[in-house]
Each structure stands twice: as structure tokens, then as C-alpha cells.
Design a protein. Structure first.
Lengths: 230, 230
DNA sequence: GTATGATTCAAACGATCGTTTGAACAGGAT
DNA sequence: ATCCTGTTCAAACGATCGTTTGAATCATAC
């Protein structure tokens, strides 16, 4: 099964997207050639430019296909919690569970390539490729703004800058959690990743512990600050 | 200053290493060509192959130069704490501070390229490039084993597998913390990264909160487990 | 059947990749 | 002055890159 793995797959477009997603994750964008993609997809070399226009457009399409659905699910999960809360601020654990729970659910889906995509996504946040980041920013704008607002309401005494940072840290932990197994095996040869369903509670405990940790130094400063003008 | 930025720098080898480190961080390994490297270093194209043998060997040398020093400092910090403790188990906060404090100190050094390197290193953990990972594994073997042993002693009631995962999560948070600014600006335009010295206490609070979080589910199971054979 | 539009195909395009070559240049020891 | 060793240089190598081309093939409507 070295080449043309998904030979008699669905239509050409989808075969290309699946092959590209998998290869991008393994080798990165630049190291993945059109010939590798079309070879694994079992289609002609010119098919990519015919269906997508260019390699860059293909990259965008690989992300858009999954990210639109992922962020819609994340917002749905948040709105479901908000509906239950009936106007009251959500508990931080509910907000975190909504965002990262949906993420890990997609990461656990090895059947339809969700796992592959989430690893790719984790790699891409820190990748300074300009046009990919621009695209990610647009796709993420609404969902991040909504979740941050929920967290601001949930933690009114925590400086917003602090929440922003901690959310960022949580994204990093999640990214490594998903990329996880391989990197862990590197410096812990005797490592079992037997039960992937364990990952979710594992990560969630860690994230909530970090989010609710005592604030650093005396940046504590509740809203009734002791000295108003520094 | 478009080309040959470090024109009258030190010797050719160092100029190449500095240029490569910076370009690898910005564009990744594959997207960085030898002509970009030698152009920015202000040296002849053939100089890389003359001094390092190949591009892959150059990549290894870029890592080795910093990583050897970084891991030596991390071990020194751990040993200093162990000397103070006089044989008693270290507090988890001391262990975490030793590992990640040294890391962030290098990341804060924008003068000598430490910041650039740490961003590059964070990207590389999750990069599945085979030969780079192999090399990282070897470089990290001792230091990770030592720190994990310290954590096992510090947290005897926590399953070792759990500690391993949480250490991995901490690495992810640190990686994002260092790559940080750019990624944060993406989905929070109104963001200040004014004071980089704040990052250290920020991250440390989060990491310790995550490390000491309640264990998920009933994996709690102290050493005097209620049922010995499952 | 024939015309029409969408798709696939083999082949080639110029550009750039990492690497190699052999000559030119440097400085110190004999 | 000569030799030797280490280094730099311009030029070229074959391989591979993303993309384009024009003909072949397919499907559908008339």
C-alpha cells in the first residue's frame, strides 16, 4: 500500500484533500510536493492545479474543510452551556470543556482523518508562515472572541490579560497532548499510549488546574484596587 | 539591511549558524534554502558544505550548539536544588522552576539569539522529521530521565504515567508561551506584550496549577490501593 | 450520432533546490 | 621563494520543484 492508498476513494477533490492533509501533517507544507500528494491520492499531477488552482489554495482548502466544522461545533457546545445557565456566568470548567472537549473529540476520530487534522492544526499555530496564519486568524476570530468573553464573565476578578495568556497556555498543552504519543515515546521509551480515552480527563484536569491557579505575584489586584492611579 | 546582515561578524562558521538559526525559525527547515542562509550570512554558497558537510549536518549543529548548553544548565539547576535539599525529595515547584526557569531565561535572551533558538526548539518537538527527532531524543535522554526521577520522588502518590503526561503538557504550554506573542496577537488584536519579564511568573503559576491539579477520575489510587489485583 | 462542457492525462516549462568542482587566495613554516 | 594547508570563490551539476499546455477521454443533452 505504498502508493495510491485511497485508490478507489470518492471523487478526485476529496482524495486530494485527504492525501494532502496526511502528508502535510507528516512532512510539513514545504516538504510535501505535489507529486507526493497526487501520487498518494492516485490522481494525475495536474489535478491539483485543475481543482484548486495552486498548492497554496490547496493548503487553505485543507484547513477550511475541517476548521469551519470544528469551530461551529465549539460554538454550539458553548451556546448549549449558556442556554442551560440561563444568563448566569458559566463555570470555567464548562467553558474549557466546551472548547477543548470538542477539539479532543475530533482528535480522537481516527476513522475520518480528524486525528490527522488536529495534529496538523497544532503544528500550524506556531508556524510563522504568513498567509496560513492570516487565514487561521480569520477563521478563529469569532470563536475566540466568544470564548474569551465567556471566560471574562466567569472570572471577573482575573485580569483579562492573564486569562488571555492562560488560554494560550492551554492551547499549547492541548497541541502537545494531541501530537503527544510520538513525542512522549522519544524520551520515555517504556511508554504505553494504550487507552486514548484516558487523554480527555487527563488533559482536562491539567487545564483546569492551570486556569484556576493562584495569580502570579501581587498582580492579584481585585477590582477594588488599593491604589487607583499607579 | 536586506542581505548580509551580520557582514563583519566573527568567523564564517558562526555567521552561518546564526543565519541558519534565524531562518529556520522563520521559515522552517525545508523552506530555508542554502542560498538564503549564505546570503544572509554574507558568505559563499559553498561555505556550508565546506564547513558542515551538508544541510542536514548544519541543522544538527544549529541544535547541538545551544542544546548542549541548555541541558547542562538545566541539570545544574536541578543539582543545585538537590544539594540544598540534602537527600530529601524536592518540592515539585523547585523541580519545575529548575527546568522551565532555565528554558525561559534562554528564551528571554534576545541579544545572543537564545530567544530565536527557543522558538525553533518549540516548533521542533512536534515536527515529525525523523532524523531531527532522533537527534533531539538523544540530546534529551539524560536530562528528562533525571527530572522525571525527581518528580517521581516528589510525587510518590501520583502514577508515573500521569506525571509523564503532565510534564508533556507543561512542555506544550511552554512552547506556546515562547512562540507566544505572534500567535496571541492573531486572535486578540488589542494585545500588549509589553513586559516580557512577566512571562516567567505567569507561566510558572499555570504550570504548577496544572501539575498539582486533582487527578482525573478515580485514578487517584494511592500506593495502598484498595484492590491489589484489578 | 454529434456537439458541448468537464475532467484526466502525458509531457514539458523555467525556476530553484542541495551539492560538487577546480581554480584562486590566504598565511605560516621550511 | 617555495610549499603546504585551510579557506573562499564563481560556475556548473543533475534532480526536483510548482505550474502550464494541448490533446485525449468522459459524461450529458440534443
Amino acid at each position: 500500500m505504498s502508493e495510491a492508498t485511497a485508490k478507489q476513494g470518492p471523487d478526485t477533490r476529496a482524495r486530494i484533500l485527504n492525501a494532502a492533509e496526511s502528508l502535510f501533517m507528516t512532512h510539513g507544507f514545504e516538504a510535501t510536493s505535489m507529486r507526493m500528494i497526487t501520487g498518494q491520492a492516485g490522481v494525475n499531477l495536474a489535478a491539483v492545479n485543475y481543482h484548486f488552482g495552486s498548492k497554496d489554495a490547496l493548503i487553505q482548502e485543507v484547513f477550511k474543510r475541517r476548521l469551519t466544522e470544528l469551530n461551529r461545533d465549539r460554538l454550539s457546545a458553548l451556546e448549549a452551556e449558556e442556554a442551560l445557565a440561563n444568563g448566569a456566568p458559566l463555570k470555567p470548567s464548562k467553558i474549557v470543556a466546551a472548547f477543548f472537549g470538542v477539539s479532543l473529540k475530533m482528535a480522537a476520530d481516527t476513522e475520518h482523518g480528524g486525528a490527522t487534522f488536529m495534529r496538523l492544526l497544532g503544528r500550524t499555530y506556531t508556524e510563522p508562515n504568513e498567509f496560513v496564519r492570516q487565514f487561521l486568524a480569520e477563521e478563529y476570530a469569532e470563536v475566540v472572541q466568544r470564548f474569551m468573553s465567556a471566560l471574562y464573565r466567569a472570572l471577573p476578578d482575573v485580569p483579562r490579560e492573564e486569562i488571555l495568556w492562560r488560554f494560550h497556555f492551554m492551547m499549547g498543552a492541548m497541541s502537545y497532548a494531541i501530537a503527544g504519543t510520538d513525542a512522549l515515546k522519544l524520551f520515555a521509551g517504556d511508554f504505553d499510549d494504550k487507552d486514548p480515552t484516558r487523554l480527555m480527563p487527563r488533559l482536562m484536569s491539567f487545564l483546569l488546574g492551570g486556569l484556576r491557579a493562584p495569580l502570579p505575584e501581587e498582580v492579584v489586584e481585585s477590582r477594588t484596587s488599593r491604589r487607583d492611579a499607579a
